[in-house]
Write a protein that binds this ligand. Structure first.
Ligand code: NVA
Length: 310
């Protein structure tokens, strides 16, 4: 992965430094407070949105968000075949660059995102891949900023499957200097390379990073975050019962909130109620899940405005 520092694309969380991330968070909050000031920010611009996987929040928040900026969004599902099958990823990127001012892509493989970025002449935004979900993490830190003001005082724990959402969240936490605890069942930990990268970023920012498989080691937290135990593309109905049993101790529920003294629960959705989170907690005042969902739009609009400002 390149260590690019100019905001030419939005591909993976570690491509941004702390001041760039803080600027995006501030811009997202500003656009949210003053939408009329940005109503022409994307006037005359079109964004092509490639979706290899299902989506509710990402599709709607990009489409309606781009509309709020005066731009035009085009949804491309799988009617043209899978990326790289009917046409090479490079040709997809070059063709779309003829028409679009930016490309948003939700893909199975991070390689596709990198291929698009390498061959497109317009900015590419990662709308989820197998390794990262940077739009979600950015929206989540917008939400945490709204909740706490000063991010440096927040203690955030992610409990559940080590996946794209937890990777992006912990990398961004490390960059921003937020203390982060990752609790994943054995066999479902984050990749070693992601942990090493996050630890290096945490060493730089001074954030504490704690990783465990023992749910009893979670300590006091302000916020508990969880996501589905089975990500899109990883479904295997034969293994579901064993997986649910293995993950059961990691369910986020009122007892865990009480044990950790946490006051806020987060979930990127879609939620699998009574699996990774109880219905009671998801529906409670502790949950900020719809604030997170709304902030997807403002955070992505901040990314679009930053990428397309020239
Ligand atoms: N980890 C989940 C996130 C969905 C928004 C998935 O990749 O399916």
């Amino acid at each position: 992965m390149s260590n690019q520092r100019n905001l030419n694309n939005f591909l993976a969380d570690d491509q941004l430094n702390k001041s760039q991330l803080l600027a995006l968070i501030e811009l997202a909050i500003n656009i949210k407070k003053n939408p009329a000031d940005y109503s022409q920010a994307l006037a005359g611009k079109s964004v092509a949105m490639i979706f290899e996987k299902p989506s509710l929040r990402t599709h709607v928040s990009f489409d309606m968000g781009i509309n709020k900026l005066g731009g035009h969004a085009l949804y491309l599902g799988q009617q043209n075949g899978k990326l790289g099958e009917r046409e090479r990823v490079s040709d997809y990127a070059k063709n779309l660059s003829c028409f679009a001012d930016a490309i948003v892509a939700r893909v199975f493989s991070h390689d596709s995102i990198q291929g698009l970025a390498q061959h497109a002449s317009v900015p590419v935004i990662n709308a989820l891949c197998d390794i990262y979900h940077p739009c979600q993490a950015l929206a989540d830190f917008v939400t945490l900023t709204e909740q706490f003001g000063d991010l440096s005082k927040v203690k955030l724990a992610y409990v559940g499957d080590g996946n794209n959402v937890s990777n992006s969240l912990m990398i961004m936490a490390a960059i921003l200097g937020v203390d982060f605890t990752l609790v994943t069942p054995t066999g479902y930990e984050a990749e070693e390379s992601i942990i090493e990268k996050t630890q290096a970023l945490a060493n730089e920012s001074g954030a504490k990073l704690y990783i465990t498989s023992d749910i009893n080691n979670i300590c006091a937290q302000d916020v508990i975050y969880t996501d589905t135990w089975v990500s899109m593309g990883d479904e295997d109905s034969n293994k579901k019962a064993a997986l649910l049993a293995h993950f059961a101790p990691y369910q986020v529920n009122h007892q865990l909130m009480k044990d950790t003294d946490a006051s806020i629960v987060m979930h990127c959705q879609p939620a699998h109620l009574e699996e990774e989170i109880t219905t009671e907690l998801f529906d409670s005042d502790m949950a900020v899940v719809f604030q997170q969902a709304e902030n997807r739009m403002w955070a992505q609009n901040a990314v679009l405005v930053s990428l397309l400002k020239n």
